[in-house]
Write a protein that binds this ligand. Structure first.
Ligand SMILES: NC(=O)c1ccc[n+]([C@@H]2O[C@H](COP(=O)([O-])OP(=O)(O)OC[C@H]3O[C@@H](n4cnc5c(N)ncnc54)[C@H](OP(=O)(O)O)[C@@H]3O)[C@@H](O)[C@H]2O)c1
Length: 278
């Protein structure tokens, strides 16, 4: 199968290239070779590469900066995704779009399923959600994959932030009232590799299993790394950020499980593998 990966230099993009290159012909673009806000270039590049499947892993991912730069976030995440969808339509290839738990408002008290009502709170979530809508309007061969709390070897993430912080101070405060599922980019890349083998198009929630607060996740990181710190749970109100975040954004891998794919492993097991790389 020929697979094109847009955003191959991102945290997830890197792992997608590594995982998918094993069994497939892979071609890649980065922001330097293809800016997805340029529709003509996007159409031309996809047409020239002529992939069977295109994975769109590029995005403006700074959740807080999206609040002060809403037009840029919209241009990349919504319009850029529309451009990629049009290019896939013209090249007649299937499209994979990586979306986010931030399409939900976090008022649920049980894990969100794919058919649950979306209601993004912040600019980032709204722009990513608009990207979903473009795909659903324009294409009939797509996989929309909503995932959450990504960390991986090839990008700054919460795990490295915590470990770097512990080198500077022993007193660390972390929010304890936002709940989600940390997800390892290698596990997500492997899941995408499985998913695109069959034309089971649609929306999928794909995260590592189990859930926790950021505070619990930090505690697990320090426990597994054997780093001794004074970790203190704080509320979102005590640790304000520019962008509003859902309090509870646990995704249930409902469609994934319904299709009979193997259960995603626990975030704690995945973390153990990731920490071995550091
Ligand atoms: N990180 C998370 O916790 C998380 C959670 C849920 C979903 N997601 C989604 O998962 C996907 C991958 O996330 P990630 O964390 O791997 O992101 P990332 O590391 O920020 O990578 C995104 C890539 O997109 C590139 N890019 C930005 N604007 C572009 C443009 N106009 N044209 C082409 N490329 C552009 C970036 O280039 P520059 O670095 O040069 O700007 C970067 O290489 C994204 O769709 C994101 O929304 C992420």
């Amino acid at each position: 199968m020929k697979i094109m990966i847009i955003g191959s230099e991102g945290m997830l993009g890197h792992d997608l290239v590594d995982v998918l290159s094993v069994d497939n012909e892979v071609c890649t673009t980065t922001i330097d070779t293809l800016d997805i806000t340029d529709i003509n270039k996007t159409i031309k590049t996809v047409k020239e590469n002529n992939p069977d499947v295109l994975i769109h892993a590029a995005a403006f991912t700074d959740v807080d900066s999206s609040e002060s730069n809403p037009d840029l976030a919209f241009k990349v995440n919504a319009t850029g995704t529309r451009n990629v969808a049009v290019a896939c339509q013209k090249a007649d290839c299937a499209m994979v779009y990586i979306c986010t738990d931030y399409v939900f408002d976090g008022t649920n008290s049980s894990p969100y399923r794919e058919y649950d009502q979306t209601h993004p709170l912040g600019v980032y979530g709204k722009t990513k959600h608009t990207g979903e809508l473009y795909i659903r309007d324009l294409l009939n061969k797509f996989y929309i994959i909503r995932t959450s709390w990504l960390y991986g070897y090839h990008g700054p993430n919460f795990v490295t932030t915590m470990l770097n912080l512990a080198k500077k101070t022993k007193n660390i405060n972390v929010v304890n009232d936002q709940i989600g599922s940390p997800t390892y980019t290698v596990d997500l890349a492997n899941a995408i590799a499985l998913l695109i083998k069959k034309p089971t198009y649609g929306i999928y929630h794909v995260t590592n299993s189990e859930n926790c607060s950021w505070y619990d996740f930090a505690a697990e990181i320090f426990k597994q790394s054997k780093v001794d710190v004074n970790l203190k749970p704080v509320t979102t109100e005590e640790f304000p950020r520019p962008a509003p975040r859902p309090k509870y954004s646990v995704l249930e891998n409902y469609n994934w499980n319904m299709e009979g794919y193997p259960r995603m492993r626990s975030y704690k097991e995945a973390l153990t593998d990731y920490l071995k790389l550091l």
